[in-house]
Write a protein of this length. Structure first.
Length: 254
């Protein structure tokens, strides 16, 4: 029987870190040699261990996973963990590295471990680091939008995204909602989801993006769904689709 893969986990979200650790341990194919929620501390610790693979979150404050890659010591393979949707991670599929899309599924994790086991024993993986560095450079996320624009006739309103409580698609139109009013936007929800800061805005329904900074309460709803209540004066309530519940819980740490 082959020795287990020695893994180090880095993710600034403790809940996501614990869940990944549980998934890896349940496979009995991985020995977790260290974990870190601080990327700088994690980087320092990786160099002190014999590590086959680093599971690395893409989006972290201070030092992102993409910025951390060039500073890793030679040797370990890297698996990115990311909340980006499929359009942002397709590039991983044509390179000699791997990714796990959050929330991580066991079947997908098993395929990743199969690939890692093959690569660990492959003497020809010497260019893996070069491919990884090129990939990290190409996938640096673009600057996120700080303002949205809404045109009414000859007038254009500029809306600070920090004031946007949520964005909703309704009657074939998309609106940015603030505590004061709604603004009609000339963009689709998907375009806005890609444009806005993924750390702040989360899709909770096919027709709704919510600004997590404005979430005040979360309530259990019928059928296993959740309901979020916002901090605005109206105490706006937004339904969370069943397939979005896990992602919301993970992002809020509940």
């Amino acid at each position: 029987m082959k020795a287990p893969l020695r893994a180090f986990l880095i993710d600034d979200e403790p809940l996501a870190l614990r869940r990944l650790g549980r998934l890896l341990e349940a496979t009995r194919r991985v020995e977790i040699v260290g974990r870190a929620t601080d990327p700088e501390m994690g980087l320092a610790e990786v160099g002190r261990h014999a590590v086959d693979v680093v599971f690395l979150d893409v989006q972290m404050p201070g030092l992102t996973g993409l910025e951390l890659v060039p500073r890793l010591p030679p040797g370990p393979m890297v698996v990115f963990t990311t909340a980006y949707d499929q359009h942002a991670v397709r590039a991983f599929e044509v390179n000699a590295v791997d990714y796990l899309l959050k929330p991580i599924e066991r079947a997908r994790l098993d395929r990743t471990l199969d690939r890692l086991a093959r690569l660990r024993d492959d003497p020809g993986r010497g260019d893996l680091r070069g491919a990884l560095l090129r990939l990290a450079e190409s996938l640096k996320p673009p600057a996120t939008a700080g303002r949205l624009s809404s045109r009414t006739g000859e007038r254009i309103d500029l809306i600070d995204v920090a004031h946007v409580t949520h964005i909703v698609s309704r009657d074939r139109a998309v609106y940015a909602v603030t505590a004061a009013r709604e603004y009609l936007l000339d963009a689709t929800l998907l375009e806005l989801e890609r444009k806005l800061d993924a750390a702040r805005f989360l899709r909770v329904h096919r027709a709704t993006l919510v600004n997590l900074d404005w979430v005040s309460e979360v309530h259990t709803h019928l059928g296993g769904r959740l309901l979020v209540r916002l901090k605005d004066a109206r105490r706006t309530e937004l339904e969370v689709a069943r397939d979005r519940v896990r992602d919301l819980r993970e992002r809020l740490g509940i």
